[in-house]
Design a protein around this ligand. Structure first.
Ligand code: ASP
Length: 589
């Protein structure tokens, strides 16, 4: 008896004596026979029980979905006309000569044998049942292949995979740390790494040359739909490189991975500067699967007398138009919905112009002349039959709102094909930006990013005009990850910390070990990290990263299966010196 998987048998196996194990996927009783599809990760095999073998048949009669069985028999061809072309094993079946029930299953709270929609909290609560379903089995297989292809690529390019610790020093990198109290050193804490950033830099100072790691990162941020408190990155760092070298390695990786895992050839990735991306697409993570670039139509409105638009024709403002191909035939209700969407994106309102063959309709019809309409249409490259959605405001805000409207239009026109993959690079980011809440100068990427070459003397004079050697990789409107060339000069690194408002004492206290290491011969270095959860999500055509993670937290950062986070015992808290061990005094009468 050969042990085979449930997806292995073919017509050529007819006559072979085999044994297979798995879950009862589905049971059908007809013509006096019992048919059971037995399932494992590899597939399904049809097993048949005939009443002639009364003992085995009696056990088969008791089988329920998700019971775990082992069956043996001699493979036979299915009778003509009963082949199942949808199944890899569809030409054969296994008449069972023996059946062993290895485990019984309670009735599952949702059906495991289909990918039908089930409430997500139920799926997360019973994750082991969800994991058995086709969708997650497929997604986790693709994820494994992606990661394997990445490891192979970096191995072939002379990188070492180096593990960095999960218990480290709190070195803020933009988000809040998860802290782990030390029992051995009461009152002190480890932090979980927001990323291995400083450690991978120290690997470069340590002469390891080329580092990669499939690294877990932890960030204690407010829960949001597509955010996980812990996530996985492809983390990379290289010595003696400039921006071009890192871009070439990372681009090569993604192109090879896409080709190997998805059999999709990705062309060279276009590059856009940050400013260009915002101008043309209203986003620093543009979706390039479709065109519909934003058009600047301010010049058309100059001198139009339309006050609320003219207010934004100056240098600080923007009047951006999104072309809606064929949009002239939209109803008033459609335009109301688009106006509502624009308001949700933060616009005060939306100007729309429908360029119908039988005349123009518009939210500002009373203020439009034919000549003005023609000027706006020409500036936006619109034709008869199109509509224009126009937003006006401060430059950045108007761009962002128009960028979101561009996506809205693409969604309505089904232009965001999940099977299409449009990668691009965004480069030329500013080094610093102003924190919108505090107005203070803060870093755009992280404080270890180097300024553009030759700009090291601008720290005191024009910090906000400084550019960074920082780049993002973007796919289909998602930021896959960021990277930068780092400061290998301790002086430049100190300058940045100072510019961010850190005192000498704070620099020493938080980053002393890095500052010291930088003084022992630090090679020029740079790297990048790409989010594996997002990459897997897009590769699998999913819209939530939770569907490519075996055990995700829910949208409120809870693990519904293990019920975490949860309370711990008083004793544990006392051991960690988080509560006093003093016995409370008995209450006075
Ligand atoms: N550590 C950075 C991050 O996690 C990526 C990098 O600069 O390599 O975003």
């Amino acid at each position: 008896m050969d042990k085979v998987s449930c997806g292995a048998l073919r017509a050529s196996d007819a006559g072979r004596g085999v044994e297979l194990s798995g879950w009862v996927h589905r049971r059908r009783d007809h013509g006096g026979l019992i048919f059971i599809d037995v399932r494992d990760r590899d597939g399904l095999t049809q097993v048949v029980f005939a009443p002639e073998d009364a003992a085995v048949f009696a056990v088969a009669e008791s089988l329920r979905n998700e019971d775990v069985v082992r069956v043996a028999g001699s493979v036979r061809l299915r009778p003509d006309g009963t082949h199942n072309a949808k199944l890899a094993t569809g030409e054969v079946e296994l008449p069972a000569s023996s059946l062993e029930i290895l485990a019984r299953s309670l009735t599952p709270p949702f059906s495991v044998n289909s990918d039908a929609d089930v409430d997500e909290s139920l799926r997360l609560r019973y994750r082991y049942l969800d994991l058995r379903r086709g969708r997650l089995q497929h997604n986790l297989t693709v994820r494994h292949r992606l990661v394997k292809a990445m490891r192979d690529y970096f191995d072939a390019h002379d990188f070492l995979e180096i593990e960095t610790p999960n218990l480290i020093k709190s070195t803020p990198e933009g988000a809040r740390d998860y802290l782990v109290p030390s029992r051995v050193h009461p009152g002190t804490f480890y932090a979980l790494p927001q990323s291995p950033q400083i450690l991978k830099q120290i690997c470069m100072i340590g002469g390891l040359g080329r580092y990669m790691q499939i690294a877990r990162c932890y960030r204690d941020e407010d829960p949001r739909a597509d955010r996980q408190p812990e996530f996985t990155q492809l983390d990379v760092e290289m010595s003696f490189v400039g921006e071009e070298d890192v871009l070439a390695i990372m681009e090569g990786c993604m192109r090879q991975v896409w080709e190997r895992v998805l059999a999709i050839e990705v062309g060279p990735m276009p590059r856009l500067t940050h400013a260009e991306a915002v101008r043309r697409y209203g986003s620093d993570k543009p979706d390039l699967r479709f065109g519909l670039e934003l058009a600047d139509v301010a010049s058309a409105f100059e001198g139009s007398g339309i006050k609320f638009l003219e207010a934004h024709t100056g240098p600080g403002g923007r009047i951006a138009a999104v072309r809606y191909p064929g949009g002239a035939s939209l109803s008033r209700r459609d335009f109301d919905q688009l106006t509502e969407a624009a308001k949700q994106f933060g616009a005060g309102g939306l100007v729309w112009i429908a360029l119908g063959a039988d005349g123009t309709k518009s939210s500002i019809a009373k203020l439009l002349t034919d000549e003005l309409t023609a000027r706006v249409a020409a500036a936006a490259g619109a034709e008869t039959g199109d509509a224009l959605l126009i937003v006006a405001g401060a430059r950045h805000e108007a761009s962002e709102i128009a960028g979101k409207l561009r996506i809205e239009v693409a969604d309505r026109l089904n232009l965001r094909d999940p099977q299409a993959f449009a990668f691009c690079w965004i480069v030329g980011f500013p080094l610093f930006e102003k924190d919108p809440d505090s107005g203070e100068i803060t870093f755009s990427h992280h404080p270890f990013t180097a300024p553009a070459p030759g700009q090291e003397n601008m720290f005191d004079t024009e910090p906000l005009s400084m550019r960074a050697q920082h780049y993002d990789m973007v796919l289909n409107g998602y930021e896959l990850g960021s990277g930068s060339i780092r400061n290998h000069s301790v002086d430049v690194q100190r300058k940045i910390f100072e510019r961010l408002g850190l005192s000498a004492g704070e620099i020493e206290d938080r980053f002393g070990f890095l500052m010291e290491a930088l003084q022992y011969g630090a090679p020029p270095h740079g790297g990048m990290a790409l989010g594996i959860d997002r990459i897997a999500m897009l590769a699998c055509g999913e819209s939530s990263i939770r569907d490519v993670i075996a055990f995700p937290k829910n949208q409120m950062a809870r693990d519904l299966m293990m019920d975490a986070p949860s309370a711990v015992s008083l004793k544990q808290l006392q051991e960690l010196a988080l509560v006093s061990t003093a016995t409370p005094k008995p209450a006075q009468p």
